[in-house]
Design a protein around this ligand. Structure first.
Ligand SMILES: C[S@@+](CC[C@H](N)C(=O)[O-])C[C@H]1O[C@@H](n2cnc3c(N)ncnc32)[C@H](O)[C@@H]1O
Length: 225
């Protein structure tokens, strides 16, 4: 697969600089914020999302933009100690939090990698890729998807989940509040809510599945290569 640089020069660096700043400042309190913002429902949601990947014991999973590792428990429960989990993220401070969790849990099968998803390159293809609440932050979601799909083995699965604005009637009142709450966490609110990666994923895989949760606030798009 040919991956070209289709970004205007400077924009990607600007986004990555913002990401570094935002998530370095918030890394230590990230888990608490997420618990609060999700009204305590995030654990169940992550189990639900991860289950869509249909992970099997012994499989290798790449989590792109893993952050502090809030999906790790659900992935580990599915792949077991004989599986392998690679957590990839751009912000070292977020990875430091993930490392704390790995040490606390005593997991021996988890490794962490720092980098920009647009430069993602693995030595071996993986069985599955998970990316939650991050794709709208990437300098180019399309190119990020291309990179991720290229990292899958034939038959491997990928799942993308993120927030979107409400499209139903109540969006008129609720979307401004959603934007207000999201703004401190993203380089550009228009960029974050402007992406539609489910169409790109469909184009890249041919066939995908799509689902919304929480009345259209969270979407899941997944498929097999
Ligand atoms: C909102 S957090 C989500 C973390 C985790 N996926 C979760 O569900 O809790 C977004 C994460 O995306 C990471 N990120 C943003 N842009 C990235 C990029 N270009 N490459 C890799 N990671 C990136 C940030 O460092 C941050 O940890």
């Amino acid at each position: 697969m040919v991956i070209e640089n289709r970004e205007p020069p400077g924009r990607a660096e600007w986004i990555l600089g913002k990401i570094q700043k935002i998530y370095s400042q918030r890394a230590a309190s990230y888990n608490q914020h997420v618990r609060w913002l999700s009204l305590g429902l995030q654990r169940k949601l992550r189990q639900y999302i991860t289950a869509k990947l249909d992970l099997q014991p012994g499989q290798t999973v790449l989590e792109v933009a893993c952050g502090t590792g809030l999906n790790f428990s659900a992935i580990q429960a599915a792949i077991g100690p004989e599986g392998r989990l690679i957590g990839f993220d751009y912000t070292p401070a977020m990875l430091d939090q993930a490392k704390k969790q790995i040490e606390h849990q005593g997991w021996q099968n988890v490794s962490l990698m720092q980098g920009d998803v647009l430069q993602l390159q693995l030595a071996e293809p993986v069985d599955a890729i998970l990316c939650t609440f991050a794709i709208g932050l990437f300098p180019s979601p399309r190119r990020a998807l291309e990179r991720m799909v290229a990292a899958l083995r034939p038959g491997g699965r990928i799942l993308i989940a993120d927030c979107k604005l409400f499209e139903r009637w109540y969006g008129f009142g609720v979307n401004p509040v959603l934007k207000y709450l999201t703004r401190p966490w993203v380089p550009s609110i228009e960029g974050y809510f402007g992406v539609q990666p489910w169409s790109d994923l469909q184009e890249l895989l041919g066939e995908t599945r799509y689902e919304e949760q929480f009345g259209g606030l969270v979407y899941l798009a997944w498929g097999e290569i």
